[in-house]
Ligand binder design. Structure first.
Ligand code: PNS
Length: 166
């Protein structure tokens, strides 16, 4: 019996950026199945700007052309979500060296929690190396354009959510 080579791409995705989508796209070429696991993250940075359902919908729309990618919510420990999904690999995007310390800590802790789940990193392409959901929200909040940094639907949602024209 052949085993499905499944990986999990976790994050808060508040909102998803083109950098996230590039990592998901590249991961989908390496694994049979990718589960994009969207964390509830109620406490992150004073609470997400977008509801869980909205964050999931933005990603679902953006990955609709990738048949081996599905999106689902998660709460609690990531390794438990990976176990439930029968995913043996956690895929994380790595941008500048500033990401490394936090990602290294999370990878070590996840390994301690479950040694059967490996964390693997996909390096950001230079174009997206400094792109983050926080930066996108800050630019949008101050009326700057985030075109090309996030999907069009996210651009529009940011504009209406923040009552600004981008
Ligand atoms: O997009 P983010 O906010 O950087 O994603 C972080 C996330 C959600 C992947 C991380 O906070 C996480 O794995 N949360 C689940 C809780 C957990 O498993 N913690 C133990 C490892 S530190």
């Amino acid at each position: 019996m052949s085993q499905v080579n499944r990986a999990i791409c976790p994050g808060t995705f508040d909102p998803v950026t083109n950098g996230h989508l590039d990592v998901i796209d590249r991961a989908s070429a390496l694994f049979d199945e990718i589960v994009v696991a969207v964390a509830l993250s109620p406490d992150k940075g004073g609470g997400p700007l977008f509801e869980l359902e909205e964050r999931i919908a933005f990603i679902e729309q953006a990955v609709s052309s990738l048949p081996n990618v599905r999106v689902q919510p998660f709460d609690g420990l990531l390794v438990e979500c990976a176990q439930e999904m029968d995913a043996k690999v956690i895929i994380k995007g790595l941008r500048a060296v500033t990401d490394f310390e936090r990602e290294f800590q999370m990878a070590q802790l996840n390994y301690r929690l479950d040694k059967t789940v490996e964390t693997m990193f996909i390096m950001s392409i230079p174009e997206y190396a400094y792109l983050s959901s926080s930066a996108v929200k800050e630019i949008a909040r101050h009326g700057g354009s985030v075109n090309g940094l996030v999907p069009d639907a996210v651009c529009e949602a940011l504009a209406s959510r923040l009552h600004q024209s981008l």
